[in-house]
Ligand binder design. Sequence first.
Ligand code: AMP
Ligand code: GLY
Length: 434
Amino acid sequence: MTFMNKKLNILILGGGGREHALSWKIAQSPRAGKLYIAPGNSGTARTGENVDLDPSRFDDICRFTESNNIDMLVVGPEAPLVEGIHDHFLASDACKRVAVTGPSKNGAMLEGSKDFAKAFMNRHNIPTANHRSFTSDTIREGMDFLKNMRPPYVLKADGLAAGKGVVICHTMEEAKDELNAMIRDKKFGPASEKVVIEEFLDGIELSVFILTDGHSYVILPEAKDYKRIGEGDTGLNTGGMGSISPVPFAGDVFMQKVNKRIINPTVQGLRKEGITYKGFLFFGLMNVHGDPYVIEYNVRMGDPEAESIIPRIKTDLVDLLQATAEGKLKGQNVEIDPRTSAAVFLVSGGYPGSYEKGLEITGLDDVQDALLFHAGSKLVEGTCHTSGGRVIAVTCLAETLEKALSGCYRNAEKIRFDKKYYRKDLGHDLATYT
Ligand code: AMP
Ligand code: GLY
């Protein structure tokens, strides 16, 4: 698989803000030939051609890559990776020449099974909360295990549960009920047939990203994301209300610890275990008094982190993804914009509960000095309408966090749709660190 410097035809799978950020960046590359996004959204339609393909139908995707001479497949979300799209491509004579960004099915287990991820971390001495895993056969032991822990209790469904599989319980009663609900009542379906119970880590979270070819890696900008709907990090969890990069409390000393204690042993661990991993790897970390612990691995870029991180990457992304696929990341440099980037999500009123769709969005052309990444919008007869809970991320880069955020908020006001909501307190939690 050597492409030299020829232009590459690229297919991106996914249809959210992350995929819009990826397609926006890839479309700027002189190396990009035809760019397709499946299924894409109204934002990605401006960067390439949206195609009506379902990311879970691997045969259809394979056929599309064959008939459209696709050289590179960039997998945005985790589900196709966990279901083995990389292996599917490698096993097909017609598709194995395609460079897939994303791990093999085995590698994707780092996100697909929390129990696998915890065991992997333990095997490679990677700092993480102490834990044990339980199933219906061992649920009684699980109840006893809880008795030896202090609140709050952290219970995690082993498998993918659309970001909802982690429950933090404040009393023993709640924790026992939750363990029963997950295992006995299959609250998250097969995903919670096994449950990880772990120690609560008290600290501040951040997201760290690398691109790895399975041997070497490059560290991408880190970010802080805001998950809760309400200001002051209150209310329900969402797909993400915004993000900030860089993270003020992730200075050189802390990032050196992350590299030495977490990133390097993870990549070496994958290599030693013979796991094929070529793609993005996302470390969800907790900074506990200056020491990093892994909360979770994700086998893809983050969302809404991508919307602040990708604009800070100055290096050509197609070159980086090609080097990843060809095992040539060693010695690669990634040039990062030193400015601060902030992404603020405009969401539909009512989200993450029920909300209206199909509301007209106006003011998009009035936006200045900001990037817009669409997640839940679609074009209806040439005008943009809401089509999801998280609608558009407004991203600004500036010399300071304060200026980046004020750019986001100034532009967030200009974009109008009925019942628009966004958090106005991003970065407030970082004031003590800046
Ligand atoms: P996850 O789906 O693994 O990202 O977990 C969702 C959220 O639960 C994380 O972003 C953390 O805020 C929180 N969380 C998960 N594990 C722990 C832990 N061991 N200690 C404290 N908070 C946690
Ligand atoms: N921002 C967290 C995620 O992408 O899962």
